[in-house]
Design a protein around this ligand. Structure first.
Ligand SMILES: Cc1ncc(COP(=O)(O)O)c(C=O)c1O
Length: 461
């Protein structure tokens, strides 16, 4: 190699945005520049990112939930280095590897009910695609149900289960037989299932877009109804799983035993893409039912040793550091302390979540001057208010957060599960300052609001 990666990182540092503008997705560059997120990050450790000025940022996005144990965790890095050093025979394909067996054993030990088989893949969407195929084959039915406002990934099958229109527009025709039912509506669900033509209900225990929580009876009843009508109940735990909500699986909050559990994101500590479907033996036996069907579904890189080693090490880190308890403790405190501000701030309507999956929802204020300012933003672009929160949070307080979805006034927090009391205090006081500033009209935040509204109106044209 003429230049080592270390040399390239030094000599070409700072060309990030120019290269992406020229060769990758220029719209992404435009977005980052418009909202002032155009930093050049040069280092990452745990829950923090560092830019080329050496400034530290608290990351409440975790790469969309990937870095549950924080970035560059030394235990996972060492596990991957061990794999490389050992010069293992990876992906022989006509072989079965030890590390995939060990990771499967570990994951199964956390699975409820009769789930005792595992299928590996490389991403969340691939896990969803596998679940669609496995459900169809197992039940000999074609239709799949999902919930309104769901997000299950962006490949064509997963996109057919998409609850947000903007992602689907222009990519059709999508898979036939995929229908939405309202989340938390058991009557609508039973009506859809009672035709006995639905292979699977694929549902996020807590919806990622908006952080929508199920009513306490929803998931257990949904599972019961699925069993009654011969439909498989598939829990998409790609975002909620591996400790995010304070339990290993979010379904544990409601004591549900699904037929399949889908996972990805946090499973490999953020180092190597990975995904998996945990399922009942009857499903595995039905799909892979003969020797000539032993490879009827699969993917070349699935079960690669680096992902498997990273997965084993990641679960070990979660166990050794009691990260489920930390997610419950710190997450509970963040939700509680932010929730206490509702009485103080007209814009703040609701703070909800489980563990470290948290939504901060804003809505129409009561006083006249704030109402006028709010409707200016809402008219320009629904959901714009949230950017008035996330942008100063980033620029002034160096906290990276996200808006929870298109057209909604919800800021979502998905911090690494290792966040501390100190991080919690920083989050609560920074949000307090920014939300307080939002209530000052006119004020610097509303100057930003006007600029954002201007951009939005221009791009609406
Ligand atoms: C609940 C859920 N399912 C599926 C996916 C798709 O996963 P991936 O981006 O790895 O394909 C996501 C990603 O955000 C998700 O949150």
């Amino acid at each position: 190699m003429s230049n080592s990666i270390a040399e390239l990182l030094q000599t070409r540092n700072g060309e990030n945005f120019a290269l992406h503008d020229r060769y990758l997705n220029p719209q992404m560059v435009k977005v980052l520049k418009t909202i002032g997120y155009d930093r050049v990050y040069t280092k990452a450790q745990g829950q923090y990112l560092y830019d080329d000025d050496g400034d530290e940022y608290l990351d409440l996005l975790s790469g969309f939930g990937v870095f549950a144990i924080g970035r560059n965790h030394p235990v996972v890095a060492a596990a991957i280095q061990d794999v490389i050093k050992a010069e293992l025979p990876d992906m022989v394909q006509m072989d079965v590897s030890l590390l995939s067996g060990l990771l499967a054993e570990k994951i199964i030990s956390y699975c409820p009910g009769d789930i005792n088989r595992l299928f590996f893949c490389n991403s969340g969407a691939e896990a969803v695609e596998a679940a669609i195929k496995f459900s169809r084959y197992t039940t000999d039915r074609a239709n799949i149900l999902h919930c309104e406002h769901s997000f299950h990934g962006l490949t064509l099958g997963a996109l057919s289960l998409m609850g947000e229109d903007i992602f689907r527009q222009g990519f059709g025709p999508l898979l036939p037989g995929c229908n939405a039912v309202p989340f938390n509506d058991l009557e609508a669900l039973e009506q859809a299932l009672s035709r006995r033509d639905v292979a699977a209900l694929i549902v996020e225990p807590i919806q990622g877009k908006g952080v929508n929580l199920p009513n306490d009876d929803y998931l257990p009843e949904a599972a019961r109804l699925c069993a009654k009508y011969g439909t498989l109940f598939v829990a998409d735990e790609i975002q909620t799983g591996i400790g995010r909500t304070g339990k290993f699986w979010a379904i544990e909050h409601w004591g549900v035993e699904p037929d399949m559990i889908l996972m990805a994101k946090a499973l490999s500590g953020g180092f190597i893409p990975v995904g998996a479907v945990a399922m009942k033996e009857s499903i595995m036996n039905k799909v892979f039912n003969r020797m000539d069907r032993a490879v009827v579904h699969g993917s070349t890189f699935a079960k690669n040793n680096m992902a498997m080693a990273a997965g084993i090490a990641t679960i070990d880190v979660i166990e050794q550091n009691q990260l489920l308890a930390n997610a419950t403790d710190i997450g509970g405190k963040i939700t509680h302390e932010l929730g206490e501000m509702i009485d103080r701030y007209e814009f703040l309507k609701n703070v909800r979540g489980k563990g470290l999956m948290i939504a901060i929802e804003f809505g129409t204020p009561t006083s006249f001057s704030l109402k006028t300012a709010w409707s200016l933003l809402e008219t320009a672009n629904k959901g714009l208010f949230c950017q008035m929160v996330t942008i100063p949070l980033f620029a002034q307080y160096r906290i990276l957060s996200q808006v929870a979805g298109h057209g909604m006034n919800v800021v979502k927090l998905l911090p690494p599960l290792i966040v501390t009391e100190k991080d919690k205090d920083n989050i609560v006081s920074s949000f307090n300052d920014v939300i307080s500033d939002c209530h000052k009209v006119p004020g610097s935040i509303w100057d930003l609001g006007k600029t954002l509204a201007g951009h939005a109106l221009k791009s609406n044209k």
